[in-house]
Design a protein around this ligand. Structure first.
Ligand SMILES: [Mg+2]
Length: 168
């Protein structure tokens, strides 16, 4: 199902080395807005530690953001010392594939992480990458995202009830 993530997490810090190794993931593509920072551009201090841990375990990293605000994306990139692509037009494949080329990995060894189904999850699934959906950091969203949230909530609820059924 193109709308369903392979994994659903509370936040990026819940994505452990263990989870990545189990799924043969060697690189992560990271969304910015509401995944790494909130709408006021604040980053949880735990994110930096999480990134360090990933780097220490040789997980490759690349930011792919749909934002056209280069100063914002660049600042996150510099804070975490990760390369970036901005204005990426997810769910189109091009941004994901640029990151793939940069990381020199195969799609099956890459996980893409983000808070939106219509852009992050769909794009990752289209590229046959491992898709990880995280809960948005804050409730506040830019206008266009706000419109999409109710639809996303419906899909997430369906997805969670499917997971529940599978466990029974
Ligand atoms: Mg986002």
């Amino acid at each position: 199902m193109i709308f369903y993530p392979n994994l659903y997490c509370k936040n990026v810090m819940a994505i452990t080395i263990d989870v990545l190794q189990k799924n043969n993931i060697k690189g992560l593509i990271l969304d910015v807005d509401n995944t790494l920072i909130d709408i006021d551009r604040n980053m949880d201090p735990g994110v930096k530690d999480w990134i360090c841990e990933l780097k220490n375990n040789n997980i490759k990293l690349c930011i792919v953001s749909n934002s056209n605000k280069i100063d914002k994306v660049k600042k996150v990139s510099e804070t975490l010392d990760i390369p970036y692509f901005y204005f990426a037009k997810k769910p189109f494949k091009s941004g994901f594939l640029k990151a793939k080329d940069l990381m020199k990995l195969e799609c099956e060894n890459i996980a893409a992480v983000g808070d939106q189904i219509m852009t992050d999850v769909m794009g990752a699934n289209r590229c046959k990458m491992f898709s990880i959906l995280v809960e948005p950091i804050s409730e506040k969203d830019i206008f266009i995202t706000k419109i999409k949230r109710p639809i996303e909530k419906l899909i997430i609820n369906k997805y969670l009830s499917k997971l529940k059924k599978e466990k029974v």
